[in-house]
Design a protein around this ligand. Sequence first.
Ligand SMILES: Cc1ncc(COP(=O)(O)O)c(C=O)c1O
Length: 391
Amino acid sequence: MKHPTRVNHPPEVKLPEGNRSLVAPIYQSVKFEFETVEDTERGYRGEGPGFHYSRNSNPTVRQLELLVAEMQGREDALATGSGVAAIGNCLLSLTKQGDHVLCFIETYRPTRYQVRRLLARFGVSHTMISIDDLDAAERILAERPTRLVVFESPTNPVNKIADIARITALARRHGALTALDNTFAGLHNHGQYEVDIFLHSLTKFASGHGDVMGGAVIARPDLIKSMRTDFITLGAVLDPHAAFLIMRGLRTYFVRRREQCTSALRIARMLESHPQVVRVCYPGLESHPGHALAVAQMKDFGSIVTFDIHGGAEAGRRFADTVQLFAKAASLGSTESLVMAPQMLRPRDLTPEQVKLSGITDATIRLSIGIEDADDLEADLAQALERAAGA
Ligand SMILES: Cc1ncc(COP(=O)(O)O)c(C=O)c1O
């Protein structure tokens, strides 16, 4: 074989019987070959085992799908290239012209966009209310046949806690599916509820290091099966190398999460007693209106601490410009701490009335707590609060 041929057909290295790698190899391959045309045809039809094209399915991505499904207490999942791809594909796949979706003001902004702008273009209507008003949800579900209820808990950014048992019971009674964006809560929370579909940004706690994007739709096999072809043909798939990195991140998921949540509670308590702070929105605090529900629903309270600062938006800006260990950046759930100033949190697509209901004010600041030393984080926050007050 001449070298130009050889480089395209390199020597195969197979592990001998009884020898295995502890970390599964990355199947960084678009194509997979079967022995015969007959097996290839079967593969194309999805009738036999095996893989043929990585947009349809890839062993490394499949390993991640099975892992996150199990962590969430379900049997199957579809991985996507980002969290919003998981949400968007799911919304498109589960709805059709004439359907109605119930969604909430306290939802990640791109999700609101997808429901209000994207689905609307395809004749899917929606009603958007506050997650605090489940009586209204009950009325709407009773009045209007509804395909899907899309919600979050804890909500972004002010950590409202949705009553998951009530929402799922209401939806079931009225024949609607529930889709819970569980990104804030994490893959280890809420699996005990009769949620039909869990949506996740794997970019956040799952990968945990802020260096890879991914998403997942996790549900029972019949629902995943009904969505699979749509997902394949929409093509927002996860790359095998990204799947590998997310699985590597998941190895330390529980350790990271424990550290983050412990520090978050400590910081929330410190902020609550600080004279420069108006209110703290952290479900681990007894003062939080959703505390009892969070205790009942969750295994921890998360690592997002949101608070309002005295002095409004300008004090918030000074605070965010002054902290040293918190990067002014979007996203959350990584090993490093982050801050979002009021100017970064403004929900520009909501009416003033809706903003009021959302609980976000001109003075709201969101912190994502990382795994740095909690003493250092506290000291940094304290000095920034002093400076924000003093200026
Ligand atoms: C609650 C929630 N859902 C979904 C997403 C979207 O995830 P991604 O950035 O991976 O598309 C985010 C991102 O911040 C989020 O906070």
